[in-house]
Design a protein around this ligand. Structure first.
Ligand SMILES: Cc1cc2nc3c(=O)[nH]c(=O)nc-3n(C[C@H](O)[C@H](O)[C@H](O)COP(=O)(O)OP(=O)(O)OC[C@H]3O[C@@H](n4cnc5c(N)ncnc54)[C@H](O)[C@@H]3O)c2cc1C
Length: 393
């Protein structure tokens, strides 16, 4: 791994963050994070850590200071992410804090900003994302959920799918069709919907890993005040795309991969799990993590000078997903049949492990990780972006 060359002030900042994390990240939070097999941490775990950070004023480092942000430089934000990842802190749920919030800064009215932002910071509101529909994922503009105007309200009918954490959420941000003629992108609006509104039902989708992380959400004549629309009517596509810029990654992908590599190394240090073929493939992954680290550091240096992430975020998404998927495969292969008593299927979550901690999570992480090349923009769609923007094809 290459390291950013830090100034004296940045080293002092890193030490301050490190000291705070050591003093406040409890062993229980670390343990729960290590046991996470899903994309997001469990709601309670993430929200406990968010409350601790919020008290220190660090729950939303990227927010403008007037809304509760820190005013940190992009290098400081990067250091903070790295320190949290390295320490094994739970990731904060990005749906509100990192995805919706920037859109509310840009498109929200002062009333919407005052209503939603403080409750997002404190965790009073918990958001989910209603973009994808059956048949409308990569081709998002083909979505069919309708919102018809009735005085001061919209009446919403349709369904959203793969909605992460909808079972916990009290609010959903949704793309809906408010006009049926013209280009599909032209008739979309962006609505903020209270999940307790009559007519909303949430059905669980259990993944092949046995997790309940995603859902299908149904809207049956759901009444939504027109004042809950973000941005102009029929111009929600611009709002939607702006949000997607914030969906991918939160930095520190190389550090996250390195933490994964270290736990693979812990397994391979146990004679029983050592294997020459796995060791060779492990070395290949290590080289790629170094390359990812170089890319991330270079990108970081450019961001610090005010540049945008650009198409490199697509390249880095595919690269880090590939590394993560291979690491989870290697761990599973190393554990062999010891990995089989998989926590969710046999309900061994709260039992003591026979052997290393990874026996609890290896199968769950491996299976759940298959989805990482689909969500947040599928691998093929990222390749299309690279082909078009980088290669000019
Ligand atoms: C775990 C998980 C969590 C998710 N959470 C959410 C959420 O909270 N909210 C939400 O709105 N959505 C969520 N999604 C949905 C996600 O955004 C979509 O799955 C994704 O956009 C792909 O859409 P799709 O599933 O309809 O697949 P499709 O778009 O039908 O794609 C199927 C396959 O075809 C390929 N493909 C599609 N178009 C092209 C093309 N033009 N060129 C080449 N190949 C192509 C894809 O790469 C993929 O391999 C989640 C998905 C997963 C797996």
């Amino acid at each position: 791994m290459i390291e950013l060359e830090l100034s004296q002030e940045e080293v002092a900042f890193r030490d301050e963050v490190r000291t705070f994390i050591n003093a406040n990240l409890t062993p229980e939070l670390r343990r729960e994070t290590a046991r996470t097999t899903t994309v997001f941490a469990e709601k309670d775990v993430a929200m406990e850590w968010q409350a601790i950070l919020h008290e220190r004023g660090w729950a939303a480092p990227s927010w403008p200071v007037e809304f509760g942000g820190t005013g940190w430089s992009s290098t400081q934000k990067f250091i903070f992410n790295e320190e949290c990842t390295r320490a094994g802190a739970p990731g904060l749920i990005p749906l509100g804090l990192r995805m919706l919030a920037p859109v509310i800064f840009k498109y929200g009215t002062p009333e919407q900003q005052a209503e939603y932002l403080p409750k997002m910071l404190t965790g009073e509101h918990y958001w989910c994302q209603g973009y994808s529909e059956p048949g409308s994922g990569s081709d998002l503009a083909s979505l069919k959920t309708r919102a018809e105007r009735d005085g001061d309200e919209y009446i919403v009918n349709g369904t959203k799918i793969w909605t992460t954490h909808a079972q916990f959420a009290d609010h959903i941000f949704c793309l809906v069709k408010t006009k049926s003629d013209g280009k599909p992108q032209a008739g979309i609006s962006f609505l903020l919907i209270d999940m307790s509104a009559p007519g909303i039902t949430v059905e669980p989708i259990i993944t092949m890993a046995g997790d309940h992380e995603v859902n299908q959400v149904f809207f049956d004549n759901v009444r939504v005040p027109v004042g809950n629309r973000l941005g102009p009517e029929n111009e929600g596509w611009a709002v939607a795309k702006y949000l997607l810029e914030y969906e991918r990654g939160g930095g520190a992908a190389a550090t996250r991969s390195l933490v994964g590599l270290e736990s693979l190394d812990d397994l391979l240090a146990i004679e029983q799990y050592a294997d020459d073929d796995i060791a060779t493939r492990r070395n290949e992954v290590e080289i790629e993590i170094s390359a990812l680290s170089v890319m991330e550091t270079q990108l970081q240096a450019r961001l610090a000078k005010g540049a945008n992430p650009g198409p490199e975020s697509s390249l880095m998404k595919n690269f880090s997903v590939s590394i993560g998927q291979r690491l989870s495969t290697l761990k599973l292969e190393a554990l062999g049949y010891h990995g089989v008593p998989h926590n969710t299927l046999l309900d061994l979550q709260d039992k003591e492990c026979v052997g290393p901690e990874e026996t609890h999570t290896a199968v769950g992480v491996y299976l759940n990780n298959r989805a990482s090349s689909i969500f947040g923009g599928s691998e093929q769609v990222q390749k299309n972006i690279i082909a078009k923007v980088v290669l000019g094809l």
